[in-house]
Write a protein that binds this ligand. Structure first.
Ligand SMILES: Nc1ncnc2c1ncn2[C@@H]1O[C@H](COP(=O)(O)OP(=O)(O)OP(=O)(O)O)[C@@H](O)[C@H]1O
Ligand SMILES: [Mg+2]
Length: 362
């Protein structure tokens, strides 16, 4: 799939913008703070309805304005116009002129794989960051997952509140808690299975990609979940055994809300043993493996966005990565250093120069 054109109104430092993209490589260059990331953020937001940067979604509204609009013409066999309107009272989505009210119906429509320099922190950061990564990536792939995840979070919140109430009243286990536990297990098992399948799929591709980037070593991802390999009966027993502890602590002690993933290079845990460079290569290999997985599971190419990737790696790795990118893939690359971009890549790209919220095609 590809985004043919993008229109912005009061988005970040753009008052109004209209650009047409190449179906292959698009290079967006300019000095720091000019608005390069803002453009790719708009594309990402049109796909996932959320920003990947810190802050609430309404921070994207241009300072001093009340409403921001992102509009994109998306080609995926057919052409559709996607619109996202962001105001301080919320977000509205339209495909052509149809209003979309269910988010789960929307966020699998435009597939985007984003690499952002903040992703490099994934490996060293807390498990929560890695779960967030899993949730975002799988939500872009599976409607089912979005529904299960929303449901799980609702049950978890309810169950935690109930456990807290029980701890205050000094009551033991009761039928309502048992219902919540059973619902949590049923929904949690579905989430575990989808996450497990996703990581298995990533593992089909990631080691080969890693080797092609680094020319050495093997990489795999290990999915860690308290629910993995367990049946509903096993889990019911586990909760029963720990119920008094859960009531004392006033929270749910087991479940996919504790899941984590671990990157393994040459049988060693990347988080503990690897250099910064190896961590970067592992994250990039993960993102490139996602492209293959989307293609395999949805039978279409995602849009690839590489924000400031080139400043993070040496020239040899960059060249290896470029060789790995399928030429049928629509790719967006932002950089401050156009002079350092591989001349062959430049020759086949559409180039945009960004200066203070204005864009000129070259
Ligand atoms: N809501 C907003 N309203 C107006 N301007 C904003 C808003 N949010 C961010 N900006 C401005 O947008 C600019 C940052 O744009 P962006 O992050 O796209 O820069 P960049 O070209 O990617 O820079 P770098 O090379 O440093 O990554 C900053 O000048 C910032 O002040
Ligand atoms: Mg930037």
């Amino acid at each position: 799939m590809e985004i043919c054109s993008l229109k912005l109104l009061n988005f970040r430092n753009y008052e109004s913008l209209e650009i047409k993209f190449s179906p292959t490589t698009n290079i967006i260059y300019g000095q720091n703070g000019m608005g390069k990331t803002n453009i790719i953020e708009a594309i990402y937001m049109l796909a996932l309805t959320k920003t990947f940067r810190l802050g609430s979604d309404d921070v994207v509204i241009k300072k001093g304005k009340n409403i921001a609009k992102i509009e994109g013409l998306i080609k995926d066999n057919i052409l559709n116009t996607y619109k996202l309107i962001i105001s301080d009272t919320g977000k509205r989505i339209k495909i052509d002129s149809n209003k979309i009210s269910k988010l789960s119906d929307y966020i699998t429509r435009i597939n985007v794989v984003l690499f952002n320099p903040d992703d490099l922190k994934i490996i060293k950061d807390t498990p929560m960051t890695r779960r967030k990564l899993l949730n975002i990536e799988i939500s872009n792939l599976s409607k089912e997952y979005v529904l299960y995840l929303n449901n799980y979070n609702k049950i978890l919140k309810q169950r935690n509140a109930y456990l807290k109430a029980l701890s205050k009243k000094n009551l033991g286990s009761n039928p309502f808690l048992n219902i919540l536990t059973e619902e949590l297990i049923t929904c949690g098992l579905k989430i575990m299975l989808i996450r497990d399948e996703f990581i298995n799929n990533i593992n089909k591709y990631i080691s080969d990609i890693y080797f092609k980037i680094t020319k050495k070593g093997t990489l795999s991802v290990n999915y860690k979940s308290e629910f993995k390999g367990k049946t509903k009966e096993n889990l019911l027993k586990m909760y029963q055994k720990n119920i008094s502890r859960e009531i004392i602590m006033g929270k749910t002690l087991f479940g996919p809300h504790h899941d984590d993933i671990e990157f393994i290079v040459d049988n060693e845990i990347v988080k503990i043993y690897s250099s910064v460079g190896e961590q970067k290569n592992s994250v990039i290999a993960f993102k490139l493996a996602e492209i293959k997985n989307i293609k395999e599971s949805l039978n279409r190419n995602p849009i690839l966005i590489l924000d400031d990737l080139f400043s993070e790696l040496d020239q040899e790795k960059i060249n290896n990565i470029i060789k790995l990118i399928d030429e049928n893939l629509q790719t967006f690359i932002t950089t401050t250093e156009i002079a350092s971009v591989n001349p062959d890549l430049l020759a086949q790209s559409r180039i945009f120069h960004v200066v203070n919220g204005t864009v000129k095609e070259e």
